[in-house]
Ligand binder design. Structure first.
Ligand code: UDP
Length: 239
């Protein structure tokens, strides 16, 4: 079932259900797309119809962040839980390893994807990472060719939003993978180049505060979070 949060239709799933759906997509013909919008991205999509349409045409739309879950609650259509992109990705790695699904990692600064690959192999022994490339390319065609030549069946696209969504949908028909997911800064998270908040902060839904303290230049972007909450309140009041 989909839940509409300010125009973006999210799958109302627990983490286990998200992983089940991801697994089902591996068995589905053609390339399926998973997106993981947080509230900043939903706020962008309110004002960008084309981007919103892209998000809504993904096979799996996961609520990455406490803000989206709060927004859904304010709108009186609660979501079961937050499904953080990086946690979903970590779950999928184990499934790829069990099934022998080759995975390609695209994105991050040079070297980050390789470092992430090393850490991922430790998390999911037996995982086949068949290729990596950084996210700072000028031409897309050679990147698509390299992914196809690697024999990848799964692809993590970590270029930040909306670049990663545009890349996935622009090449959906050419890419010979079964499953691809847009995962923002997740490769930095796996690589350890950007540390994740401590567990207690994640539990208290304060991951955004940790990121803000670590990277104060995100303040402009993060101001979209209160704007998003205000927009959901206004929508609720207007009915
Ligand atoms: N990035 C990239 N190519 C670009 C721009 C960004 O590979 O042209 C990477 C960047 O190195 C970072 C990620 O995309 O690893 C974006 O991270 P951010 O935390 O901004 O993404 P979010 O998850 O917040 O969308």
């Amino acid at each position: 079932m989909k839940i509409d949060v300010m125009g973006v239709r999210f799958d109302n799933v627990t983490m286990d259900e998200a992983l089940e759906q991801g697994t089902a997509l591996l068995d589905t013909e053609g390339a399926s797309v998973c997106v993981t919008p947080n509230s900043e991205i939903v706020y962008e999509a309110i004002h960008d119809e084309e981007f919103r349409a892209l998000l809504n045409s993904a096979e799996l739309v996961l609520p990455d962040g406490a803000g989206v879950v709060l927004g859904a609650k304010i709108l009186k259509t609660p979501l079961k839980q937050k499904v953080a992109g990086i946690d979903f990705a970590a779950g999928m790695l184990k499934i790829f390893a069990q099934r022998g699904t080759p995975l390609y990692l695209l994105g991050g600064k040079p070297g980050v994807a390789d470092l992430a690959a090393e850490k991922m192999r430790r998390l999911a022994p037996g995982l086949d990472i068949c290729g990596t490339a950084d996210g700072y390319f000028t031409e897309e065609a050679p990147v698509v060719e390299a992914i196809n030549a690697s024999g990848a069946q799964a692809l993590f696209v970590c270029l930040g939003a909306p670049k990663q969504e545009r890349f996935m949908f622009a090449h959906k028909n050419e890419l010979q993978v079964r499953f691809m997911a847009g995962l923002g800064g997740s490769l930095d998270g796996f690589a350890g180049t950007v540390k994740r908040a401590p567990q207690w902060m994640i539990r208290l839904q304060l991951e955004w505060l940790y990121r803000l303290i670590k990277e104060p230049k995100r303040l402009g972007r993060m101001m979209r979070l209160p704007k998003f909450v205000l927009a959901t309140l206004a929508k609720r009041i207007k009915g």
